[in-house]
Ligand binder design. Sequence first.
Ligand code: FAD
Ligand code: SF4
Length: 415
Amino acid sequence: MAGCPVEIDIPKFIREIRDGDFRAAIATIKETNNLPAVCGRVCPQETQCQAPCTLGKKYEPVAIGRLERFAADWELAQGVQIPPVGPPTGFRVAVIGSGPAGLTCAADLRRLGHEVTLFEALHEAGGVLMYGIPEFRLPKRIVQAEIENLRKMGVAIELNVVIGRTLTVDDLFADGYHAVFVGTGAGLPKFLGVPGENLIGIYSANEFLTRVNLMRAYLFPEYDTPVRVGKRVAVVGGGNVAMDSARTARRLGAERVMILYRRTEAEMPARIEEVHHAKEEGVEFHLLVNPVRFVGEEGRVVGVECIRMDLGEPEESGRRRPVPVPGSGYVLPVDTVIIAIGNDPHPLVPRTTPGLEVARHGTIVADEDGSTSRVGVFAGGDIVTGAATVISAMGAGKRAARAIHRHLSQGGHNS
Ligand code: FAD
Ligand code: SF4
């Protein structure tokens, strides 16, 4: 339990599964986790709930995530019971962003009887669960079922509304909303900043995965959006997003998919399971290399110039700093490059909301309960922490819903 960010009563739900009482097991899980079918699949269990497991010290830890997934899938198969909604409070709350933080915050506020509208910039709700994490890891029907439940609970979902463009946070207050939750995530891709990065055939992982997952580019021309993969694909980065991009490229028919990572496998931030699956699927790992330039012909990328790296002294994060090896440059021929070196917070809401304090890297400054420098505005998830995990975003959405409820119940209003 100590390893689970939302402190699910793990021994209790496992006992209930053992006793065959699956309904009780899912009820126990849902006391603190609104999206168990998602978390059971995508939580980094090896560093969270399964890390402190005693069995894991000598053998494999208990597969807590898999058990959670089983209970959640069992419930989905039976038909989910829609949680009861409290009597109307007369308060209206706007939730911006429909990723795990926004979905959780919206559900919890609705259960407390508040009127909730969820505003989403894209044409489908779900955030990274829909546009980032691929179908083979998280079937979209599971996310869709959760969103459908929200609708059935009475949450209004407004798609294609970009807060900061279509409407501002101040417009929402002027429209009569009593509080606002910002859960806009970290969807602004980082780039390497090396020559040739604008060549055709170089995608950010966000764009590549959005084209495939959300725009169904693999069905082009039946769907409008194309995607170019080619035979040789280089993916730059060593996190989960890099693994998702590499495995997606393999499924789209690339013959060689090469992960380019500037440290060794030991320092890779991706889940061990993801690295293992990528290897099983034939993804190549080119370690201790760093792209320094992209080579183009007629505007299209045809190669990546890489330099070999060594590991030097540890840096602040504890990981050893990669140091270039002089004179070790070489060119790798490629058709497509996917840059997966991280994401920054979405800047639009912070930029267009006066009085909202923002930290150096663009994250919104918020307390543990989500309160920001602006009264009535709460924030949580990746927009506050920077790119993190589904379960931490969910936890933040939950804490913020409680804080918003307190704020409204105590007669609070925006300034
Ligand atoms: P998001 O999920 O990013 O949702 C934010 C939403 O806000 C989006 O729908 C966006 O369109 C919308 N939005 C943004 N700006 C505006 C605006 N101005 N107006 C209206 N709407 C707006 N985590 C894990 O735990 N396990 C994994 O296996 C894992 N794999 C990942 C794989 C990929 C490819 C990526 C990109 C991330 C992965 N993560 C994983 C991280 C995890 O998905 C995020 O930490 C989590 O989704 C953050 O949730 P959020 O609600 O804060 O934001
Ligand atoms: Fe583990 Fe995630 Fe479930 Fe918590 S929510 S028990 S961390 S799989």
